[in-house]
Design a binder for this molecule. Structure first.
Ligand code: MSP
Length: 506
């Protein structure tokens, strides 16, 4: 089995914020999880560098174009590293290898007859890189960004999108899970049902982009250039190897609802037109909101993920973003909310469980762990976790998957209280019971670590190390009785040390 997951490639006209980190973290969780299941996995992210306003923004910054995009692409790459994303490649649309494949892709559609020349006259938002009709504007402004739109009139090449209404509807009919969640499937489908207009796929008045292969006086429309990254990157991500045959049929695109139409309507149509297989699945998630509004650079209500990583660490941020909203729905985030979950769920539920377990092994058994029998109930719970988390993650239900793991954390906390190892330790005659209680806790925590590894990779390793267990993250290892005999277990330092509460201004 192979698995290929992508994030949108982010515009370099701004710097990364938590909204971008959100999709990257979500894709990373899925990729790490599939690797644990032994699947051949490829995870792609990157930057979209040919936006029509890039030349202007670069000029305002007083920088040469390439230097400007290099600098902002580096900021996105840095964000990827700081959120601990395990991407296999970082694609940039200014890469010559990508540009050549954009030309090849477009030429295919041209040769098959679905690109023609016409004149475009209409309104254009340079932030969405999208055309609008008068009726779609809100108070005369772009409905997404609230900024003025520009009137554009020029000779362009057009893609015959209108011809793809029927093929797309057939595709949606045959593959009811092609777009998830189902309410997004319905949204995309009704958009197609209403009828599709042909779209302009080139720009005459610009130079920054990929030249149209049969007419280099025009450049390829930035959205077409950008979408092709998902396919092109596989061709050159590994020198000397074309990964497309292996991974393309398994592609899963993650995106937020702002770019649903491009991904769920235009992209499959372009692929059909070029004779390339359509994506296996597209998962459309919601917005992270701050003060009830979508967090975005144009609104100005952004949080820099790196700031939060510096205070709380990367895993608490990853944990919080999965937990704050059901993946797929919008969710309001706040620093207070992050702080609260950090203390209550990470610190108390998980951190204390590990501290107590290791402290008791150190104190009552001089740091030695010896395998014993494990209660049937706990064993059954581990089986349930192994299957339940995998099933949820197969459905992109990251929030549900993490909740299933947390049920085990809560079970283990109840188990400590019920078994009360500190009482057993008072009676020599109950030494076997104490051995078993300590082993059950350590074994359960080891399973928690493996189940959490996709979500909070550093924490998972720290738990295993604290229990002197090998860093073996194999998914099938989530079964009872896998913790190995070990010595030298000492009281673990807090997994989530105290952090000062945010001040009112934060
Ligand atoms: N360059 C295009 C995408 C081309 S993909 C072929 C683009 N770039 S973007 O920088 O604007 O990134 C948009 C994506 O960033 C969203 O679809 C989503 O994945 C992520 N998010 C940006 N802000 C977000 C929120 N406030 N909330 C959730 N996700 C957000 O569009």
């Amino acid at each position: 089995m192979s698995f290929y997951v992508t994030t949108p490639i982010y515009y370099v006209n701004s710097t990364p914020h938590i909204g971008h980190a959100y999709t990257t973290i979500a894709a990373d969780i899925l990729a790490r999880h599939r690797r644990q299941r032994g699947e051949e996995t490829f995870f792609l992210t990157g930057t979209d560098e040919h936006g029509s306003n890039i030349p202007r923004v670069a000029e305002e910054a007083g920088l040469d174009l390439q230097e400007f995009v290099d600098r902002n692409a580096a900021a996105f790459r840095e964000m990827t590293v700081r959120v601990n994303a395990s991407n296999d490649f970082f694609v940039r649309t200014t890469d010559d290898r990508h540009k050549a494949l954009v030309q090849e892709f477009l030429q295919r559609i041209f040769d098959r007859g679905d690109i023609f020349e016409s004149v475009y006259a209409g309104l254009y938002c340079t932030r969405c890189e999208s055309f609008y009709t008068e009726a779609e504007l809100v108070d005369g402004l772009c409905p997404q960004h609230g900024i003025p739109v520009e009137f554009v009139e020029e000779k362009n090449y057009f893609f015959r999108l209108s011809a793809y209404r029927e093929p797309l509807l057939r595709l949606y009919e045959e593959r009811p899970d092609i777009v998830l969640p189902s309410f997004r499937y319905n949204e995309a489908r009704s958009f197609i049902e209403r009828g599709l207009d042909d779209i302009s796929v080139s720009r005459a008045s610009q130079r920054w982009g990929v030249p149209v292969p049969w007419d280099p006086t025009q450049i390829v429309y930035v959205w077409v250039d950008a979408l092709i990254n998902y396919w092109s990157a596989l061709a050159f991500a590994r020198p000397g190897e074309d990964l497309r045959p292996r991974f393309w049929p398994e592609v899963r695109h993650l995106l937020a609802k702002d770019i649903l139409k491009f991904h769920c309507v235009i992209w499959p149509a372009l692929l059909l037109a070029a004779g390339v297989e359509v994506p296996k699945q597209l998962f459309v998630h919601g917005y992270l909101l701050l003060d009830e509004r979508k967090m975005s650079k144009s609104v100005g209500n952004v949080i820099d993920p790196i700031d939060l990583v510096e205070v709380y660490g990367v895993d608490p941020l990853r944990f919080y973003l999965v937990r704050v909203a059901t993946f797929g729905q919008d969710g309001s985030i706040s620093i207070d909310g992050l702080h609260e979950r950090y203390e209550r769920e990470l610190g108390n539920d998980l951190g204390n469980l590990l501290s107590r377990t290791t402290a008791m092994i150190a104190r009552y058994r001089e740091g030695s762990l010896r395998p014993t029998e494990v209660s049937g109930e706990l064993a059954a719970e581990l089986d349930r976790i192994r299957e339940g988390v995998a099933a949820r993650l197969d459905d992109f239900d990251l929030t549900g998957g993490l909740e299933v793991v947390w049920e085990l954390v809560r079970t283990l906390n109840r188990h400590v209280e019920q078994v009360a190892p500190w009482e057993l330790a008072k009676e020599d005659a109950r030494a076997d019971e104490l051995d078993r209680a300590l082993y059950e806790l350590a074994d359960g925590l080891r399973a928690v670590a493996v189940a959490l590894a996709g979500f909070v990779p550093d924490t998972a390793e720290r738990i295993l190390s604290a229990l002197a267990q090998p860093i073996d993250l194999e998914w099938d290892g989530i079964v009872a009785g896998r913790a190995l005999a070990a010595d030298g277990i000492g009281p673990a330092p807090p997994l989530f040390p105290r952090v000062d509460a945010p001040t009112a201004a934060a």
